[in-house]
Design a protein. Structure first.
Lengths: 124, 144
């Protein structure tokens, strides 16, 4: 799996029948490897241990969004905005993001229901 | 929000990636300030004790079949038409966010603070999935 890992079930919540109240995802003290650059990470190069915590919040504003490529997946939910507050620490270095919305920009954010693979056309 | 001009990521030699991915310039320190919550990181589970019990019985999911730009990496960038989940045979709730922001890094030895720009692509997938064992399971996964 590519950069995909198990996280606690209690860490993520979606709110509202149509996600109009957004969603949240909070993880504390997630142990990671700092690969220093994306290129080095893709090559699984040298890394050091790091720890991150973050709180992501999807606002639930925006508009409904449906995406379906006709064979792999179906997504139905909301295109919205999101904000994150996060921190990281490793040997000799700590980082704290500015949680202010004024310094953040949402390139793209979404929350919704998805089904794919064997569930793409299945009812269960 | 001002996007700094130096947000240009050098492409590794011989690798062809999505331009979006390389639009972030990062020094060694900037990377953790840029990507710890972005991707480019992998979980070191032995250091994450609270998760161990919950993860102990986790059956690995399968990746989505799609890759980007003919690479070996099974995910798609977040757009209105692409698949946000990175696992397949999945049915549940997905949240994805591609965000730019700012923050401060501190050298804990010298106290020197550095203003950093951040780029985040984080996603969660919470619901049912068919694992590599062919059985249905319930869990939450993060694309981090």
């Amino acid at each position: 799996m590519f950069w995909t890992n198990r996280v606690p079930n209690s860490s993520a919540h979606a709110e509202g029948d149509e996600f109009e109240d957004g969603a949240s995802w909070q993880v504390k003290n997630l142990a990671l490897f700092d690969y220093f650059s994306v290129g080095n990470a893709l090559k699984d190069g040298d890394s050091i241990d790091a720890m991150v915590s973050y709180r992501l919040r999807w606002a639930g504003d925006g508009s409904s969004l449906t995406a379906d490529d006709g064979k792999n997946f179906h997504f139905e939910g909301r295109q919205t905005t999101a904000t994150i507050a996060w921190s990281a620490r490793e040997n000799g270095f700590v980082f704290h993001s500015d949680p202010s919305a004024s310094t953040q920009h949402t390139n793209f954010a979404q929350v919704g229901e998805e089904r794919n693979g064997v569930f793409y056309s299945a009812d269960d | 929000m001002r996007i700094p001009d130096q947000f240009v990521m050098p492409v590794p030699e011989g690798y062809v990636g999505h331009s979006h991915f390389w639009e972030r310039a990062m020094s060694r320190r900037q990377f953790i300030g840029t990507t710890a919550a972005v991707g480019g990181v992998a979980v070191s589970t032995p250091l994450w004790a609270p998760l161990l019990a919950e993860a102990a019985g986790t059956v690995e999911p399968r990746p989505i079949p799609q890759v980007f730009d003919d690479s070996p990496f099974h995910f798609q960038f977040l757009t209105p038409t692409t698949e946000p989940s990175s696992i397949t045979d999945f049915r549940g709730i997905v949240g994805g966010a591609d965000l730019l922001g700012e923050g401060w890094g501190t050298d804990t030895k010298t106290g020197e603070r550095t203003h950093l720009f951040t780029a985040v692509d984080n996603r969660f997938m919470k619901g049912r999935y068919v694992g590599v064992d062919g059985r249905k399971h319930q869990a939450t996964f993060g694309f981090v």
